[in-house]
Design a protein around this ligand. Structure first.
Ligand SMILES: Nc1nc2c(c(=O)[nH]1)N[C@H]1C(S)=C(S)[C@@H](COP(=O)(O)O)O[C@H]1N2
Ligand SMILES: [Mo]
Length: 436
């Protein structure tokens, strides 16, 4: 070996695959040696390694910058302006996600902290009988206060798995959280305002300043069908995990619209506009949070005119017990795996793991959700036959029988709904020396 693993697979994965797999596409003889040298360890499951596959050891992005912010963990920083940071899967090992590890997605600036959250005011107007202007304090005294574990997932979660690369933050699987949110049901507030027959959609506004600094310019204002607004899990939240909502996550008041793109969960909420037509604020229409009905050519330009809204998010799972790239001591033969899985408005019916590149799958124990729209935890013990390089492939199946696909499907310009089977590299025992 004259080239390092990084050079071999980093520069030109396709050529590397051609070198490794050769013309016949079979992984044997010198090809296997090259591949093992490339990953730096023997590959006990090599017999079922499909030709043409980039080893997970090289398939995931390398070191990103880390978020440095008081009160937050060192999340993977995708952007500093606006601040967008992803949670490594291993930091999501708790059943209820702690505020300090929650991913952050902003489209504009972060408004200053409010001294008196109780007096924060928001309005409900448009297609209602009696427009409302309510403070957080009034919400708390006038409506039942509920606490629910709810998934909050960015619509672009998994974008990095689209090929070719799509526009936007290259999230892996970590733009997801499952906090215990406290608030009142949006449903109760809308019914108190009285919906007119024309009340068919919502539009949401928040207090975050536009990055341009221009007063009155809106960074994001999305909206949803009234049916989702009336779902009893759609909350106006002022508390998180038994504490007041942190400013970074939308205090004093935010929407939590679980299972649908996170962009609907407006932070620093000031106004809900009930409309008789689909909302048309920034982040609506075209290719924004919309996906093709008829698949388009990957990488192609498209105005999204005939796309449909991305609503319920697709099934996805994470592995939270072992980081991608984990090294375990020689002789390790059992791995106790843990993770979470969720499927938008649906439930998850099964979680599987493969240790032999998808040739065989083992069913994991899957626990029920704490409540509807909460994620589900899974766990299971797997056994390996020898030291070496393994890939843990993990895949969930939703309650409609749909599985995470082998490759991200339905490519779209802004890269939504990529939920392929995930792959984490694990090394057991001493790794081979790779010549420089
Ligand atoms: N006011 C406001 N609300 C917002 C956003 C924003 O930029 N401004 N970003 C949205 C997006 S795209 C997501 S994914 C979620 C992320 O919520 P979090 O930062 O609390 O994790 O907030 C949503 N609410
Ligand atoms: Mo998002």
């Amino acid at each position: 070996m004259e080239r390092t693993a990084q050079e071999l697979y980093g520069d030109d994965p396709q050529r590397a695959d051609a070198e490794v797999f050769g013309r016949r596409g079979a992984l044997e003889g010198t090809s296997l040696q090259v591949m093992q040298a490339a990953v730096g360890a023997p590959i006990p499951a090599a017999a079922t390694l499909p030709p043409g596959i980039l080893p997970a050891a090289f398939a995931r992005p390398g070191a990103l910058k880390l978020l440095r912010m008081p009160g937050k963990a060192a999340l993977l920083l995708h952007d500093e302006r606006p601040i967008c940071a992803e949670t490594p899967e291993v930091l999501l090992d708790e059943a209820v996600t702690s505020a300090h590890v929650m991913f952050v997605r902003n489209n504009g600036g972060i408004p200053p902290e409010v001294a008196d959250p109780q007096s924060w005011r928001f309005t409900v107007e448009g297609e209602v009988q009696a427009p409302l202007s309510l403070t957080v304090g009034e919400l708390q005294s006038r409506f039942p206060v509920v606490t629910r574990q709810l998934q909050l997932e960015c619509g672009g979660n998994g974008r990095a798995f689209h090929q070719p690369a799509a526009r936007g933050n290259p999230w892996g699987n970590g733009a997801i959280s499952n906090g215990a949110w406290t608030g009142v049901r949006l449903r109760d507030v809308l019914l108190a305002a009285g919906l007119k027959p024309g009340a068919r959609f919502t539009g949401h506004y928040g207090a975050d300043p536009h990055l341009s600094g221009a007063a009155g310019q809106v960074s994001i204002a999305r909206g949803m069908r009234i049916e989702k607004a009336l779902d009893e899990d759609t909350l106006l939240a002022f508390g998180l995990n038994g504490a007041p909502l942190p400013n970074l996550h939308g205090a004093p008041l935010r929407l939590v619209v679980p299972g649908w793109p996170g962009s609907l969960s407006q932070k620093w909420l000031t106004r809900i506009w009930v409309r008789d037509v689909p909302h048309d604020g920034p982040g609506m229409g075209g290719t924004s949070y919309r996906v093709p009905v008829h698949p388009i050519i990957p990488g192609g330009a498209h105005d999204g005119r005939d796309f449909v809204e991305l609503e319920s998010m697709p099934v996805r799972s994470i592995l939270t017990s072992h980081a991608h790239g984990t090294h375990l001591p020689a002789g390790t033969r059992h791995l106790d795996l843990r993770g979470a899985a969720w499927a938008g408005d649906l439930a998850v019916q099964a979680q599987h793991v493969s240790l032999d590149f998808g040739a065989t799958w083992q069913k994991m124990a899957l626990f029920p959700a704490a409540n509807r729209h909460a994620w589900q935890r899974w766990q299971g013990r797997v056994t390996v036959p020898a030291d070496g390089y393994y890939e843990l492939w993990y895949r969930a199946t939703d309650s409609a029988g749909r599985m995470q696909p082998h490759q991200a499907a339905n490519w779209n310009p802004q890269g939504y709904a990529a939920n392929p089977v995930s792959r984490a590299a694990v090394f057991i025992g001493r790794t081979l020396a790779v010549s420089a």
